[in-house]
Design a protein. Structure first.
Lengths: 186, 452
């Protein structure tokens, strides 16, 4: 299954990509490579695979914090706006109600919380993931298109790879990879 | 839903990651089976032109072309606003609340239910804008530093409504798009045409199914679902405040928020069924949107219907309890007044007919379900008409009493919004994956795990 490496020798190597037949063998391979001492393993799965984050020892995601900040910012800014409009910019006496009639300021402030949280959530996610980006070295490999259908892939960047590439390739094959490719750096 | 055998009913045993992906993406990529689509799209376009005509004439003549006048200042336009926005709520309910409760039967219906939400909110938003009379000044609702020095009045529920509906539209769009990013990557990878893969590639934002990205993505999606849940409740609550905060006798009631929310779910699920039943038939998706899905949706409808019936009872009970001659009169006028027939039609559509859903055979009979869903949609329309317009046509002074008759422009505008809805829905079905492929693959994975 090993593809002939048709890159010219001067092309810089980004790393190695390998494909596994199913979720279980991918998980096993990740675990084995972690034991071998590879720190920065990247896996690609067609759906969020349960247990993979733990095997990759991914740090806790900052997303809840980002969303919390967005929600607090959104809510407090709408409330502050209402306070300022009603008390200083345009005070209106509506049936003798107090200018700072806070219960009626709650509904718009609540919508502000939701809006702020959602916007920070979506844009924060893109920022944390380093998206959008137009290209990535792994897309150079034709077979990688299966990653969004039924392919389970694993990538190890060259910078993380202390041993000569041949060792890694044979190790990946040993772990049951159905295909191993060297990914050029683009 | 967590018992052993349910996954078999949601996804066939022979389904693989590739087969579910192909089944969904082929609806977009295949050049076959176009006739139904063209018929639907053409009807949509014709009705869309009806909409443009109705709006055009309204802008030329003003809202005098509608049947509204004092005392009935809120007519069909407000009825239709509430009707459409209520329909939207089922989409958020399916995608957010059912996700939080780990109901994996939501998987194959959430995407188009969310699309339905977006399009329904777009239709709903038209009505209050046009009802302003001077739609070109709609931006006065936005709190911005104007040279006039005038600011919006934040104590008014109408202002809250503006915030609620615009937030709802924005968050629904973000949630829908975020959920679709992995599927857009699949479409990019499966597209055979150069332009197809470029356009889907741009829309997919460079998504590469990396475990790191899934790690952040899943958490974000779950939290957004968590905040969309109170949002959907808040939106229809705010819509009900438009009425119940006012001093119109039949509106001034605390039962409004819960029974408006239940009514929204009721009418919304009916619309999901009205879309799902033909969709699964025409595109042969019966193995993904299964009878089990229809069965579960029917159960939600049944429960929401009981809530709504309870709301009608409590409404009448509150009027009786107040022991106020005018309040009692308003309610007896509903049953036996000039619009009495509509009230009994409402009772039949919303309280009687849905009781058929107690029978499992009815819940799994697509034609019967389709009929019941139509009855519920009509019933929910009648409910809004009775609450909104009927409550206004009788005031404290009999000299103010008047009948309200919608004009043809009221009806054409309503018909036209169906055109907008249908056109957008048809474009969505043919250009974007109507079922979440990544979640279907996850379901296949869970089903495989369960079997082994």
């Amino acid at each position: 299954m090993n593809e002939p490496l048709n890159q010219s020798p001067e092309t810089k190597r980004w790393g190695h990509l390998s494909q596994f037949s199913d979720a279980d063998s991918l998980l096993a391979a990740v675990k084995a490579l972690r034991d071998d001492g590879y720190e920065q393993i990247e896996a690609f799965t067609p759906f969020p695979l349960e247990g993979l984050s733990e095997q990759l020892h991914l740090p806790r995601t900052p997303m809840p914090l980002i969303i919390l900040i967005g929600g607090l910012l959104g809510g407090s800014s709408i409330y502050a706006l209402e306070y300022w409009v009603n008390l200083s910019a345009y005070p209106l006496n509506i049936g003798g109600r107090p200018l700072h009639s806070w219960p009626s300021f709650i509904p718009p402030a609540f919508e502000g919380v939701v809006l702020g949280a959602a916007i920070f959530g979506v844009y924060g996610l893109l920022w944390v993931c380093g998206l959008p980006r137009l290209n990535h070295p792994v897309f150079e490999i034709e077979e990688f298109q299966r990653a969004s259908v039924d392919g389970f892939f694993l990538a190890i960047e060259a910078t993380e790879d202390p041993s000569p590439p041949e060792n890694l390739e044979s190790r990946l094959q040993e772990l049951g990879a159905t295909g191993v490719w060297e990914v050029p750096d683009v | 839903m967590t018992d052993q055998n349910t996954l078999d009913e949601l996804v066939p045993a022979e389904a693989t990651y590739a087969s579910v992906t192909e089944d969904v993406s082929d609806v977009v990529f295949s050049s076959q089976k176009q006739r139904h689509w063209w018929v639907g799209f053409l009807i949509g376009l014709i009705l869309l032109n009806v909409l443009l005509t109705a709006i055009g004439w309204l802008l030329v003549e003003g809202i005098g072309v509608w049947g509204i006048n004092i005392p009935v200042g809120w007519g069909l336009a407000i009825v239709h606003f509430v009707w459409w926005i209520g329909i939207g709520h089922a989409g958020t309910l399916i995608s957010a609340i059912l996700l939080l409760f780990h109901q994996n039967w939501r998987t194959s219906i959430n995407r188009f239910a969310e699309a339905m939400t977006l399009f329904a909110v777009a239709c709903a938003g038209l009505f209050p804008l046009l009802h302003l009379g001077r739609p070109k000044f709609f931006y006065w609702l936005v709190p911005y530093p104007a040279t006039t020095g005038v600011w919006p009045q934040f104590r008014s529920p109408l202002m809250w409504d503006f915030f609620a509906v615009s937030t709802y539209g924005t968050v629904s769009l973000l949630f829908w798009y975020l959920g679709m990013v992995p599927d857009l990557a699949t479409m990019r990878d499966r597209s055979n045409s150069r332009w197809g893969s470029r356009i889907f590639g741009l829309l997919a934002l460079g998504w590469r199914n990396s475990a790191r990205h899934w790690h952040h993505y899943q958490k974000t999606y779950l939290i957004l679902a968590g905040i969309a849940t109170p949002l959907v409740v808040s939106v229809h609550t705010t819509v009900s405040w438009d009425f119940s905060v006012g001093i119109v006798s039949a509106w001034h009631s605390t039962v409004f928020p819960p029974y408006f929310v239940a009514g929204a779910i009721f009418g919304g699920f009916a619309m999901v069924l009205l879309i799902a039943i033909p969709l699964r038939r025409i595109y042969h998706l019966e193995h993904m949107v299964t009878l089990k899905h229809l069965d579960n949706m029917s159960k939600v409808m049944l429960v929401a219907g009981l809530f709504v019936s309870y709301g009608y009872l409590m409404d009448a009970y509150a009027a009786w309890l107040k022991n106020e001659p005018f309040d009692s009169y308003i309610y007896t006028n509903r049953f036996s007044g000039p619009y009495g027939l509509l009230y009994w039609a409402l009772v039949i559509c919303n309280c009687v007919i849905p009781q058929a859903l107690w029978f499992p055979r009815v819940r799994r009979h697509t034609l019967a379900l389709f009929g019941i869903a139509i009855a519920i949609s009509i019933g929910m329309w009648l409910e809004r008409f009775i609450i909104i317009s009927l409550s206004l046509h009788r005031d404290y002074l009999p000299s103010d009493w008047a009948m309200y008759y919608p004009t043809k422009w009221d009806w054409l505008l309503y018909l036209g919004t169906f055109g907008m809805f249908l056109t957008l829905l048809m474009l969505f079905i043919r250009t974007l994956p109507a079922i979440s492929m990544s979640e279907m693959r996850e379901l296949v994975h869970e089903s495989n795990e369960e079997q082994s």
